[in-house]
Each structure stands twice: as C-alpha cells, then as structure tokens.
Design a protein around this ligand. Sequence first.
Ligand code: FES
Length: 170
Amino acid sequence: MKKNKDDQDQKLTEAGNLLKAIPADRKNLIFFLHQVQDQLGYFPEELVLKAASYFSVSPAEIFGLLTFYSAFKLNQSCAHHIKVCQGTACHVRGSEAIGNEFTRLLGIEPGSYDRGKSISLETVNCLGCCAIGPVVVVDGQYQAQVNLKDVEKIVAGLTALEKSDETDEI
Ligand code: FES
C-alpha cells in the first residue's frame, strides 16, 4: 500500500515537473493540461493549484476547462481508459461497430466502467486525426485504423494486464 502511495506521489511530481519545460504563459495552459492527461490518464486536482499559480489563472478557470472538454478526466477512477472516436470521419469508417464491440466484450456502455473499476469506456467526437480513423485511444496511446480484431486484442491485452496487476498486489 505504501509503495502504491509512493508511486503515485512520484507520478504527480513528474507530471508537475512538466511545467519546467513550458513557458509560464497562459496560452500554454491547455498544452500542459494535455501533457498531464496523456501522462497520467487524468488531470489530478493536486496539480490544479500549481498550474493556476504558474500560469496566473484562477483554479476555477482550470476546473472549467477540465470539465468542459471530454479529453480531460479529473479522477483516476480506472486504471485503463479506452476512448472510441465517433466523429464523422471515424463513423463512416465503422467506428460505431468498434464501439459496439468494446461494449460487447467488456460488458459496459460508453461513459461507464467495468465492475472492478479497472477499465473505462467512453466515446468522443473527433480526436483531430481523422485521416487515420477509426481511431481508438487506449491509455493515451492512439491506435489507427482499428478493426474488430484489434478491439479483441486490445481488450485481451488490458484484461491480461489487470490480471497481472492483481497477482502483483497479492
Ligand atoms: S472523426 Fe475521428 S479523429 Fe476525427
């Protein structure tokens, strides 16, 4: 348990240290939010005050951005996050079937997580890389031209990871 807490503290410190490479100009705020989101899979509340003071904005403004854009998550409710793009370009390339397959295999609807709270599934509208659709993002990693077989592999991979995490904790 202590190790998990130390690991978590270490991750937060590393995410906070990303600021060192970013000029303290408010126009860089969104870039920083994305960097942390990509690194941790969510934006921790612990970093809101730090970012607010660094970029000279109010914490309320940052919370506003984090809650307005679906690209951001404020909590780490699940270990693994799957985002399925349902924007127009991905949709015409079959993303609806991709999303349905995730739902079938994981047994969860978009916007929810599995019973063990280890995998969350959500749909988003355009990830800005339409040319490589259908696009799925798994734990911050973009996967291009995803097909139904890929969905099976992604789910099998995450499920295996979860099993090995459980074994490590015993
Ligand atoms: S529609 Fe999917 S990335 Fe743009």
